[in-house]
Design a protein around this ligand. Sequence first.
Ligand code: GTP
Ligand code: MG
Length: 266
Amino acid sequence: MTDQFADLGRILVIIPTYNEMENIRRITARVRAAVPEAEILVADDHSPDGTGRIADELAAADDHIHVMHRLGKEGLAAAYMAGFAWGLDAGFEVLVEMDADGSHQPEQLPAMLDALRNADLVLGSRWVPGGEVVNWPKSREFLSRGGNLYTRLALDVPLQDATGGYRVFRASTLHRLELDNVASQGYCFQVDMARRTVQSGMRVREVPITFVEREYGTSKMSGSIVREALWRVTVWGAQERAEKVRAAVGRRRAARSARRIAAGGR
Ligand SMILES: Nc1nc2c(ncn2[C@@H]2O[C@H](COP(=O)(O)OP(=O)(O)OP(=O)(O)O)[C@@H](O)[C@H]2O)c(=O)[nH]1
Ligand SMILES: [Mg+2]
């Protein structure tokens, strides 16, 4: 089998899980088929339904599958932070975020990896031309589109889908992002990572994906995750605007004193 992405370096797909018993076999098999050279890290938060045990069985049968057993449910962001640390430490050059529930289709990963050749971060995007959602109630679509519009306006970040969770990072991008102080839990963590990448001048590309609503298991989305996203984005936006005003005032003062010096005064 030829290694289609050898030029990108070693690839790790991180799959956080909490009670994904019905999904874990399916999703790992699909990743293995779609990108055979990629390795997988299942980051399980001690799922009561035994997802971690099933992942152990899969890992025992396949040296491309690894499992991280975490102590308890700490949220998606914490699982990804631990997964990133593990992957960077193990020397992977490409780190992928993917949900376990089938919403992020492994078959679309090759197109995203291809886009990484000209980017530092690739976002799987539902809201660029060619992107779509399947089986989503109108209310969820409204929430996602509205959340992204609000994020664009509040943070001045030119992304159509900054809240999505299907992503491909270069290791070098994660190294530059100072992961230690990434706060927040749900969507907000995704927004924070995307805006930091844009603001540090790195290249972010959005690739259209077909997001498929989960068929098995239950969603961990909650009102508190949405509320957290809303207030954090608002606070970040206000901070950024205040900084821009401070910078503009500073520039004006500097220009004024330069003019005074040029005129011989003080
Ligand atoms: N390790 C870990 N994984 C989690 C946690 N919460 C959610 N996940 C996983 O994160 C992924 C996304 O969670 P979902 O419940 O699908 O959340 P969502 O995709 O935002 O919501 P839906 O669209 O309703 O499915 C899934 O693979 C979950 O198992 C957590 O606290 N710890
Ligand atoms: Mg989901």
